[in-house]
Each structure stands twice: as C-alpha cells, then as structure tokens.
Design a protein. Structure first.
Length: 140
C-alpha cells in the first residue's frame, strides 16, 4: 500500500506541474504578444510620423499689465520632431501699418507638444489687428 500512495501523490504532483507549465505557457504567450504589439506600434509611429516640426501660434488671452498689454500665445508643435530656439513674433496692425511688435524666443518645443508664450505690447491690441506667428526655428 505504501507504494500505491507514493504513486498517487506523484501523479498529483505531475498534474500540478502540468497545470503550472500550461499557465506559464499562456502567460508567456500573452507577454510575447504584448511585446510584438508594442514593437508594431513603435514601428508604425516611426514610419508615419512627420519628420519636420509643424508650428502654429494661437492667441489665448490678452490682459493689461503694468509693462503694457500681455498677450498669451499657445505655441503648438504638431510635427514629429523637436523645434529649438523658436522665434515667435506678434504684430498689431492698423490701416495696413504695424503699430506695435513683440517677439519672444522659446528654447525648446518637443514634438506633439504645446508651450505658452507671453508677448508684451506697448499698445492695446484691441485697437488694431493682432497677428502672431512662429518665424523660425532650428532642428537639434
């Protein structure tokens, strides 16, 4: 009888190992599938992403401050590369003439990101037409 008990407990141990091996296989397959999906996503991003910065400047808010009129500008980079030393210019025009101008330099605008810029004008932008733009940048 002692021999039969050993066989019985050994059989249970083998069944437990088989279940553990199946669980390891399933978890290993799930992990491998996850890694492959991540690599496929990264490859797709690398092949389809624009290689140049795409900069856009948008006026967010205008407020009166002691130094003049502060215009908050959102600088968006919708491209796939970082833009460095971005020159942002704002102009207030009236009757086709530039009444006031302000500039700022943003040191670093990563791909697919936004930076806030404040341009300070001597004259009230409400008295004319306000335009903001990104004039230039370097690519690191």
């Amino acid at each position: 009888m002692g021999t039969q008990e050993q066989r019985g407990s050994g059989g249970g141990e083998l069944a437990g190992r088989a279940r553990l091996n199946r669980l390891e296989a399933v978890l290993g397959a799930l992990g491998g599938a996850l890694v492959l999906a991540l690599l496929a996503h990264l490859g797709h991003e690398a092949l389809t992403r624009s290689s140049a910065p795409r900069l856009e400047a948008r006026v967010r808010e205008v407020s009166r401050e002691p130094a003049g009129f502060a215009v908050q500008v959102d600088l968006l980079n919708g491209g796939g590369r970082t833009a460095q030393d971005v020159q942002v210019t704002g102009e207030v025009t009236s009757g086709g003439q530039v009444v006031s101008e302000a500039t700022a330099t943003v040191p670093y605008v990563p791909a697919e990101s936004r930076r806030r810029v404040v341009l300070v004008f001597a004259t009230d932008p409400a008295g004319g037409r306000l335009q903001v733009r990104a004039d230039g940048y370097t690519v690191p």
